[in-house]
Design a protein around this ligand. Structure first.
Ligand code: ATP
Ligand code: MG
Length: 244
């Protein structure tokens, strides 16, 4: 009786690319270089997730921040764009800062057993921005690659479980290095080694890559989605969030 829903991104073009928006009971990965707009998409979704639409009741958002780039001020700007009460919009975003990869995992586990569980049905969106940055710090050496992939895989399984069990949309962001262009299906580290990429590619249902074009224009491209074509769409980054 779980009804899959999609949350609008604030851009009709990006929604179209995603087949209607960010889908529940699945993991959507947004990746791209620094400044591509990953965090701004996350901020916008914090607000749009609270707006009821046809067949979607709207709900609260959990935001796990690993890079300390969450900005309440940005949320306020987006809320203003949609003529929503800034204070109540912010109150519906449960914010947690993760300090290391272990902590990131614990936060998610606590989420499953704790507050989230009690309020199941109220939370509709879980954001992890970014999924891998703390793993890059915690597992530095080449010798730690295996355990890093293992931990990353565990976390992706947990995210998948959360999305399905509680019918929430999961959005994860992933910063790509410039090597990505040469190896489009892998996430390479500074040494050209695939890190996280294999795991993240295989355990995300939907992957969207972002490309900077000029100024605030961005191009989003859908990769290996099970039911969408590999098309491209343009969107804009504005103070009020992303839009066409
Ligand atoms: P990183 O990988 O470094 O975290 P990102 O993909 O998360 O990068 P964002 O932080 O979303 O990138 O920023 C994307 C672009 O949007 C940047 O060029 C930034 O200057 C711009 N930007 C951020 N906030 C606003 C805003 N409120 N109004 C207009 N532009 C903004
Ligand atoms: Mg960011």
């Amino acid at each position: 009786q779980k009804q899959v829903f999609r949350i609008s991104t604030g851009s009709a073009n990006l929604d179209k690319l995603l087949g209607g928006g960010v889908e529940s009971m699945s993991i959507t990965q947004v990746f791209g270089e620094s400044g591509a707009g990953k965090t701004q998409i996350a901020h916008t979704l914090c607000v749009t997730a609270q707006i009821p639409t046809n067949g979607y009741p709207g709900g609260k958002v959990m935001f796990i921040d690993t890079e300390h780039t969450f900005r309440p001020e940005r949320i306020r700007h987006v809320a203003r764009r949609f003529s929503l009460n800034e204070k109540s919009v912010l109150e519906n975003v449960l914010y947690a800062r993760a300090y290391n990869s272990e902590h990131q995992y614990e936060l998610l586990k606590k989420f499953v057993g704790g507050k989230f569980h009690e309020e199941v049905g109220m939370f509709r969106l879980l954001i992890v921005d970014s999924i891998i940055s703390l793993f890059r710090v915690d597992f530095l050496g080449r010798g730690e690659l295996v355990s890093r992939q293992q931990k990353l895989g565990q976390m992706m399984s947990l995210l998948q479980k959360i999305s399905e069990e509680y019918n929430v949309a999961v959005l994860i962001t992933n910063q790509m290095t410039s090597d990505f262009r040469t190896f489009p299906l892998l996430n390479m580290d500074e040494n050209g080694k695939p890190v996280g990429g294999n795991i993240l590619a295989h355990s995300s249902t939907t992957r969207v890559s972002l490309k900077k074009v000029a100024g605030n224009v961005r191009i989003a491209k859908m990769l290996d989605s099970p039911d969408q074509e590999e098309t491209e769409e343009a969107f804009l980054i504005t103070t009020g969030g992303i839009r066409d």
